[in-house]
Write a protein that binds this ligand. Structure first.
Ligand code: B3K
Ligand code: ZN
Length: 868
């Protein structure tokens, strides 16, 4: 397999102005006719050889109406070459597809008898031969013809312009026209038997939009939340960014077989059922939040992605980083801003930081790829969003809006680069973001080492900040980043002191954003009557690791008093991390310090004022985060130490947990009580660790009385690690109760695959035979096998059984769906973190995978980087 490079980008030699597609859907196959209006690209080097991407079965090629003899073209390596073509011409291509045999879920595929497409990034070439690259933007029309009974619903992008019956009246046709130019990756069709929830939204400008959510008939009772999320998103984008919807119909289709979360096809979003279907009996609070966020994300893409798209796939973060930032802000406005920020930062640190430190580390704008599907990463999405957020922090909300306005004024209807986005932000705000752009080109997580010197005589404190960024594959000796560092200063009584620089003529703000641009830099704060305690990187103002030599008591103080909620949470986490690593290394007492237990006791005593925050603050750092902080780690021991610490906290605070559980139990369901449910379920999970406690009874009681999935799952989760009779009863009841709910069964699989029990591998192997499991369905694979890969204790079993199992599954799934397989194999990426004996067992399994005949490009790319 060969890599493609950003530096090799050239404009396409030809452009496609229009494409008219006809899908003839038959029992045995689908035949596709594409008529394209092609012309030479005046902005590219002249050429009379047209090369189209494609891997579908080619039936016929006609140029300006003339059938081309097979000698007039060549087809090799998924490229159709037509030499000696005129300046402009009409090309007709006919292909034959077998959607029922397409298990990759890219291009046109079947799910449950219906047909769906997925084209981003390079799936359109599985449908026809085309210039399958995002800078070729054409106007599309689509005609679908199919049996009326089997495919009553026929959808494509844009507006429906006609429909009718065929001569024998058994089949019908529908024609769609999309008035907006778009790259092929935004193309979509759906055909099948679906029910629809319909509603309306009138835009600020007065456009009446029909909103439609298409699902399997049995799922109609789970569509209301998605619809209300869509309306909220439409309104929010008008209010915050002045952006309105631009077609008369907005359609969302839910499908159970889908490679990722959802897809923003113009006017016709296709979603994983997981991010559409939700009602109180089947979905947890977390699921509800996820549906709202993903609906918003795809809707926001209509402007950031579709109206303005990417020049090439290296620019993916142009649309993804920006759109994630937008959906994060939307969610922050819909719920608690501080809680949302903590959740996002926690996710970034637990998942993206390891990626940035591992063998597949890459910049937000990658420089090369073998398989583009491998680059829909946490770095491109989540770190990309952090990069956009830093610009927002540097220019402020109003400046950011001006930058967005300028971006759309300049680039509406175009395919552009990350540079273009940054230029709009810089120009609108008259600032220089040249150095800032290193965030797009340099991989790795920068580390800030910060110290404070106090000068009592002058009432001044100077903060020295040193930054460095570790080497990553192919990148060494990185240049300093431009880092917005938000800082506050606390007095001994917990009050906030103004952050005043010597150059200020009045007292400064209580939170000040410092621009750190050099490898080492000192900032001096003046006008202080006492030595302040610094609160650093407030609200997680940059995606960096920060070191400051706080004393434990200082962390406990920040945890109790910082006005910045993020840093209150952060201080508790830092304290806990220290304790866990100390226990892991066997330093000092073999029990938790009183300082940590007191800090947790205080958090718990004040929990009811913001239970959602408290639930986050009272959760110990994840095992994956701890793994990153330890060389030659023994994952089993890390897990054991964390469990031991949880057991200690359970005992030390037993009465408080019990009281918290009781205070928040037995309430009638209200969505807005999600925080209380989170706290209650956390309390239950601690109570379950008390030796001789009655957690089994409490959990059973909660399970039986639950009027919502969050509580039912909370009860089940609390018992997942135990060997009790109550556990077996509840798990069996759950499986029976929800046997027909695919998404709920996924939860049941995940809980068992994530269990601490010794027999987890045996359980997972047995569950692969369960009637609700299917290796061909990505949700099932992620729920069971993916969850096992995230179960550090089981995956890293000392005998290598976890590694062997995962490698076997990767190979089995690669033959079905390479995208899913390559995500799974990433659980081997932290090999360099673990102790040598395990690392060697991992290497052996990776080598076995790499040696496998017919390995996909997707898995090859990840594994070969891993073995380098
Ligand atoms: N743009 C799609 C992702 C496509 C992934 C292809 N492997 C979903 C999203 O980010 O909105
Ligand atoms: Zn996206």
């Amino acid at each position: 397999p060969v890599a493609k490079y950003l530096k090799d980008y050239r404009p396409a030699p030809f452009l496609i102005d229009r494409v008219d597609l006809e899908f003839d859907i038959l029992d045995s196959h689908t035949s596709v006719r594409a008529r394209m209006v092609v012309k030479r690209n005046p902005k590219a080097d002249a050429s009379d050889t047209l090369q189209l991407d494609g891997s579908a079965e080619l039936v016929a090629v006609r140029l300006d109406g003339e059938a081309l003899a097979p000698s007039a073209w060549t087809l090799a390596d998924e490229v159709l070459t037509l030499p000696g073509v005129p300046e402009s011409f009409i090309l007709d291509i006919e292909t034959r597809l077998e959607p029922a045999a397409n298990t990759s879920l890219m291009g046109l595929y079947a799910s449950n008898g219906n047909l769906y497409t997925q084209c981003e990034p390079e799936g359109f070439r599985k449908i026809t031969y085309y210039l399958d690259r995002p800078d070729v933007m054409a106007k599309f029309s689509t005609t679908l013809i199919a049996d009326r009974q089997r495919f009553p619903v026929l959808l494509s992008n844009g507006n429906k312009v006609g429909e009718g019956l065929t001569e024998n009246r058994k089949r019908h046709w529908v024609k769609w026209v999309d008035p907006y130019r778009k790259p092929a990756y935004l193309f979509a069709v759906v055909a099948g038997k679906l029910s629809v929830l319909r509603d309306h939204y009138t835009t600020r400008g007065g456009r009446k939009v029909t909103l439609e959510i298409y699902v399997a008939p049995a799922d109609m009772d789970k569509t209301a939340h998605a619809m209300s999320s869509l309306k909220k998103s439409m309104q929010w984008d008008e209010q915050v960014f002045g952006l309105e919807y631009d077609l008369d119909t907005y359609m969302i289709v839910a499908v159970g077989d889908f490679n990722m979360g959802a897809m923003e096809n113009k006017g016709l979003n296709i979603f994983n059922t997981k991010f559409v279907l939700a009602n109180r009996e089947t979905a947890t609070d977390f699921d509800f939040e996820g549906v709202e966020a993903v609906i918003a994300h795809e809707y926001f893409h209509n402007w950031t992605g579709n109206r303005v798209t990417c020049r090439d796939w290296f620019q993916l973060s142009l649309k993804e980083g920006l759109t994630v930032f937008r959906d994060q802000e939307f969610s922050a406005d819909m719920q608690s801003r501080a809680v949302k920020r903590i959740e996002d930062a926690r996710g970034l640190r637990a998942l993206q930081f390891p990626e940035d430190a591992g063998p597949t580390a890459h910049p937000v704008r990658p420089e090369s790829y073998i398989e583009m599907n491998n680059f829909y990463t946490l770095t491109v999405y989540e770190k990309g969003a952090e990069v956009v957020r830093m610009i927002h922090t540097l220019v402020g909300a109003a400046g950011f809006r001006q930058g967005m306005d300028l971006y759309f004024r300049r680039h509406d209807g175009q395919a552009v680069t990350c540079e273009d986005f940054v230029a709009a932000m810089a120009d609108a705000n008259h600032i220089d973001l040249t150095q800032f752009k290193r965030w797009y080109s340099q991989a790795g997580t920068p580390v800030l080492d910060v110290s404070l010197d106090w000068f009592a005589e002058g009432g001044a404190a100077s903060l020295t900040v040193r930054q460095h960024c570790p080497d990553t594959p192919g990148q060494t000796d990185k240049l300093p980043f431009h880092i917005p560092l938000a800082v506050g200063l606390l007095a001994a009584d917990g009050s906030e002191l103004p952050v005043t620089l010597a150059s200020d003529d009045a007292p400064g703000p209580l939170t000040r954003v410092l621009s750190v641009t050099e490898a080492e830099q000192t900032f001096t704060f003046v006008g202080l009557n006492e030595k302040p305690l610094p609160s650093l990187l407030r609200n997680f103002s940059a995606p960096v690791r920060l070191n400051y030599a706080y004393r434990d008591e200082e962390l406990a103080f920040l945890c109790a008093h910082d006005s910045d909620a993020f840093n209150r949470w952060e201080a508790g986490q830092t304290l806990a991390t220290r304790e866990l690593l100390r226990l892991y290394r066997g330093e000092g007492e073999a029990t938790l310090s009183a300082c940590l237990i007191d800090a947790f006791a205080q958090l718990l005593d004040h929990a009811d004022s913001d239970p959602a925050f408290a639930a986050l603050a009272l959760t110990l750092p994840a095992e994956v985060e701890l793994l990153e902080l330890q060389d030659h780690a023994d994952p089993a021991r890390l897990c054991q130490v964390r469990e031991q610490a949880r057991a200690e906290l359970a005992q030390a605070l037993a009465e408080r947990w019990d009281a918290a559980w009781r205070r928040h139990s037995g309430l009638a369901f209200r969505h807005e009580d999600a925080g209380r449910r989170a706290l209650k379920n956390l309390a239950l999970s601690y109570l379950a660790l008390l030796p001789g406690g009655d957690a089994g009874a409490l959990a059973s009681q909660q399970y039986q009385q639950a009027d919502n999935m969050t509580d039912r799952m909370g009860a089940l989760a609390a018992l997942a690690d135990s060997h009790s009779h109550a556990r077996d009863t509840l798990f069996a009841d759950f499986a029976q109760r929800f046997a027909d709910e695919a998404l709920v069964m996924d939860k049941w699989f995940t809980l068992q695959a994530g269990s601490r029990r010794q027999d987890v591998l045996r359980t997972v192997t047995a569950l692969m035979e369960h009637p609700a499991f299917a290796l061909t369905n990505p949700n099932k694979v992620r729920a069971l096998i993916g969850a096992f890969g995230r179960n550090l204790a089981a995956f890293h079993a000392a005998d290598g059984s976890g590694y062997r199992f995962m490698a076997d599954q990767v190979l089995a799934i690669d033959a079905i769906n390479p995208q899913v397989a390559s995500r799974l194999v990433s659980c081997f990426n932290r090999r360099s973190r673990v102790e040598p004996a395990r690392a060697e067992l991992m290497r052996v399994e990776l080598a076995r995978v790499l040696a496998h005949d017919g390995l996909s490009r997707d898995v090859y790319e990840i594994v070969s980087k891993n073995l380098n």
